[in-house]
Design a protein around this ligand. Structure first.
Ligand code: COA
Ligand code: MG
Length: 287
């Protein structure tokens, strides 16, 4: 499967037609049209209609288009899934997932409404139960493509202060990354709410990158450039990957099983990672 850059994935409130229009011009890799947390209970019908209208007259270029529906256990989820089934989108995002059954039910409801069999599902990991069950949830469905951390809900559930250090979240974040990778899936970091006052958004993105996330979910356009920068392979990494690839090809020609690049032993697994990184770099350069 071709690598998809998912460095920056921006939430768009379902009722905000202006933001949805503006998003066409923004350099986020993905856009989440939100029918859930960003929409008040009184505006759910309006949001569904607004998102349906926007995505029927699309024009979003390279952006990956995702709709986040409400939970099917609540009063709005079924109507959301029915509306989404008619839209040309890249993925459906299910919030607050805690069990494999919920994912199955959402998929059945989506298919019953006329949706396509091969639509990828993205799921939110944002409750303690959902995080403890993540391995079973991912193991039970071949439709899931991406895990999205819901750090705002999670911080509330864990009673963790909303600071930039995120000490109380680190265990859950690392656990979810390990589980996502065990299923060969992408995983995205949660949002940073304090978008106006943030002098440390670069270190927040860097922390997510170092933990192992593929990208970050965002709430405001001013966060896109930094996320794109933080989650792109930097020039030194690209240069090193090119050297690894070239050295490996030369070693193969010469029948050598060992390669040393810049004084470091390079093994087959490094070759795989170098290829992945260069593929990601090529995909990003094409944007
Ligand atoms: N996506 C696209 N465009 C956005 C945007 C978003 N999430 N947030 C703001 N913009 C646009 C505005 O439309 C405005 O553009 P314009 O002047 O060309 O019309 C520009 O960016 C500046 O907006 P600004 O005035 O700074 O923000 P705001 O006060 O209007 O909105 C928020 C601030 C936080 C309410 C808004 O960014 C937002 O709704 N974010 C998403 C929240 C969300 O989805 N939460 C749920 C998941 S956590
Ligand atoms: Mg949430």
């Amino acid at each position: 499967m071709a690598i998809k850059p998912r460095r920056s994935v921006l939430y768009l409130p379902g009722t905000n037609a202006r933001a949805q229009e503006k998003a066409k011009t923004l350099s986020a890799d993905g856009l989440i049209f939100d029918l859930e947390d960003a929409v008040s209970p009184l505006a759910k019908d309006e949001a569904r209609a607004c998102v349906s209208h926007t995505l029927t007259n699309s024009g979003y270029g390279h952006h990956e288009l995702i709709v986040r529906v409400n939970p099917l256990s609540g009063p709005w989820g079924h109507a959301d899934v029915k509306a989404v089934a008619k839209l040309d989108i890249d993925a459906l995002l299910l919030p607050k997932v805690e069990s494999a059954e919920e994912v199955e039910q959402a998929k059945e409801a989506y298919l019953a409404a006329g949706g396509r069999e091969d639509l990828p599902l993205w799921i939110m990991a944002e409750t303690p139960r959902g995080i403890l069950n993540l391995d079973a949830v991912l193991g039970a469905s071949t439709s899931i493509d991406v895990v999205v951390m819901g750090t705002t809900d999670l911080a509330k559930e864990l009673r963790v202060p909303p600071d930039s250090e995120r000490l109380g979240l680190l265990n859950a974040l690392s656990h979810c990354i390990t589980v996502a990778r065990a299923h060969c899936l992408d995983i995205l970091d949660g949002v940073h709410l304090d978008f106006l006052n943030s002098t440390d958004f670069d270190s927040i993105c860097a922390q997510g990158r170092r933990l192992g996330f593929d990208g970050k979910t965002l709430i405001h356009p001013c966060q896109i450039a930094e996320a794109n920068r933080a989650f792109s392979p930097n020039a030194a990494a690209v240069n090193h990957a090119e050297k690894v690839l070239a050295a490996w090809q030369e070693a193969e020609r010469e029948g050598k099983g060992m390669v040393v690049v810049d004084g470091r032993l390079v093994e087959n697994l490094h070759l795989e990672e170098a290829k992945r990184l260069l593929e990601l770099h090529t995909a990003i350069s094409g944007r």
